[in-house]
Design a protein around this ligand. Structure first.
Ligand SMILES: Cc1cc2nc3c(=O)[nH]c(=O)nc-3n(C[C@H](O)[C@H](O)[C@H](O)COP(=O)(O)OP(=O)(O)OC[C@H]3O[C@@H](n4cnc5c(N)ncnc54)[C@H](O)[C@@H]3O)c2cc1C
Length: 480
């Protein structure tokens, strides 16, 4: 008989969270800690969603999305997770850029960028200050008509090199382009500039283990291999979910699944206003990614001056569409030195990431797909050679992932790595007005994606759910 992954689960909860990405887990943790009964349902056999890792024989552990996040993670993790989780967040030392326009190493914060922009790129100090202040002052309620491209043109007209320095890491960090609203750039860039780029010591596996322990300590009922098929309503209100052949009731449901999957697959458009459905249909997905994972043989090392994060490109000019092109010219390398996992085996690993279009991979036959993956690996190894000489001889293991891989493991529509474009935020926030008790928490709107964005969005939505449940409790007639 197949294993019952819902064995012992209740028939009813205050809150059901669909998906254990960072946003879903954070909402579940906050609501569990507040005393609500919470069921967390994850379709995969592992928690974490895109915040994931995998192991290969020989003691190699690859991180998929642990490349860097802003300092704000410390505060969010301390408040909404635990002091131990916050204490493991440490700065990355060397952020490197290497492209035909410039090669440099930076600590990637405001002081160092001010130095670089004035001394090396010869921009007037007053312009640099005004740019930082403008980016820092942006918030969600600002006029969203200005694009990131226009913002750059205002401060650095005609300076492709400056735009490249300022934009390349953000394109990688959240898939945004020069055509997206400037606010999506300003908020994310300023978050990083406040204190540089941070990582989690011990790796993603340690973080997710610590989060799972915290969820269990807060009495959250955590279930893996539970693929939610349907969110069910009664009289326009969320009532239950259908999962693994059971119907489990809930006073509220938070979906951490992809926004479009939540609306069109789990809920069904017939439940919603036509206008809302039309707007939801217009929401653009963010791009997906390809990655090549490389483990060096035991004993093989790379000098740490090579960088922790290395933005490398052979493209002569900077265009955001080139960063997505199937003909890869830009790669972001993350180096994982043995200090990444101080308690693990001494290993040096390298992950090359490139933003990618789902369509470039989705329609390939199996044979073409395997050939494309092999080509991705070979061309990446050629490119890495510049930074890690004789890489092929020193390799213990190499493999690749594609947009198809990301879709397979997370069910994200089109394998989107960073949720949706900006317009997704209003739809995600508007869902509870359409269906009482139904919320969405997960990568949307660029601002709410990435590790920090997803966690912070999980906090916002947990607060909304808490307010709704409290209001419902006070307005309910007292039982006699
Ligand atoms: C290659 C790559 C590199 C990245 N690099 C970085 C980085 O360096 N820094 C950074 O900050 N961010 C990075 N990100 C982005 C970051 O990982 C994500 O934005 C974040 O983890 C998303 O969290 P989320 O809460 O939106 O949920 P997701 O991680 O998208 O998780 C959603 C979860 O819902 C589950 N689910 C879906 N449907 C169902 C269903 N029907 N039933 C049950 N469960 C379901 C999925 O299995 C998944 O576990 C990267 C992402 C990728 C792909």
């Amino acid at each position: 008989m197949p294993k019952d992954f819902l064995k012992g689960a209740n028939d009813e909860y205050d809150v059901i969270v669909i998906g254990s990405g960072l946003a879903g887990m954070t909402s579940a943790n906050i609501l569990g800690r507040a005393g609500y009964s919470v069921l967390l349902l994850e379709q995969h056999y592992k928690l974490g969603g895109m915040a994931t890792w995998f192991k290969r024989p020989g003691g190699h552990i690859f991180d998929v999305s642990l490349h860097g996040f802003p300092y704000g993670m410390i505060k969010s993790c301390r408040r909404y997770w635990s002091p131990e989780i916050a204490a493991a967040i440490v700065p990355l030392k060397n952020i490197r850029f290497d492209n035909p326009m410039f090669s440099l190493t930076t600590t990637y914060n405001r002081d160092d960028f001010t130095r670089l922009l004035t001394d090396r790129f010869d921009v007037a100090p007053a312009t640099v200050k005004a740019f930082f202040d403008t980016a820092r002052g942006m918030n969600f309620y600002d006029d969203q008509a200005m694009t990131t491209g226009q913002l750059f043109e205002q401060f650095f007209p005609g300076r492709q090199d400056v735009v490249r320095l300022l934009m390349e890491p953000i394109v990688y960090a959240n898939g945004s382009t020069l055509e997206d609203p400037a606010i999506t750039y300003g908020i994310v860039f300023s978050n990083f500039m406040s204190k540089g780029v941070y990582t989690f010591e011990g790796g993603t596996d340690r973080l997710i283990q610590m989060m799972e322990a915290e969820l269990l300590a807060n009495q959250v009922d955590v279930r893996i291999k539970c693929d939610v098929e349907k969110i069910n309503l009664r009289q326009g209100r969320v009532a239950s979910v259908t999962v693994n052949g059971r119907t489990i009731k809930a006073r509220s449901v938070i979906s951490n699944a992809n926004l479009r999957a939540t609306i069109f697959r789990l809920l069904g458009e017939e439940q919603l206003d036509r206008q809302f459905v039309d707007q939801a249909r217009e929401v653009r997905l963010n791009n997906s990614s390809t990655q090549v994972y490389m483990a060096l043989k035991p004993g093989e090392t790379v000098d740490e001056s090579t960088g922790d994060l290395l933005f490398s490109s052979t493209a002569r000019e900077f265009r955001t569409d080139l960063l997505l092109n199937r003909d890869v010219t830009s790669r972001t390398y993350s180096f994982y030195y043995p200090r990444t996992r101080p308690d693990g085996r001494e290993r040096t690993l390298l992950v090359s990431s490139t933003n990618a279009h789902f369509q470039d991979w989705s329609d390939l036959s199996d044979e073409e797909y395997q050939a494309s993956k092999a080509d991705l690996i070979e061309t990446t190894l050629d490119a890495v050679e510049t930074y890690v000489p004789n890489i092929r001889r020193r390799l213990a293991h190499v493999e690749a992932s594609t947009p198809r891989t990301f879709r397979h493991y997370t069910q994200h529509v089109a394998g989107a790595s960073f949720g949706t474009k900006f317009e997704g935020l209003a739809i995600s926030r508007g869902l509870p007005e359409q269906v009482k008790g139904l919320y969405h928490a997960g990568s949307v709107g660029i601002i709410m994606s990435g590790w920090l964005g997803a966690i912070n969005y999980g906090v916002i939505v947990a607060n909304d759910v808490d307010s709704m449940l409290m209001a419902a409790a006070t307005s309910a007639p007292a039982s006699s």
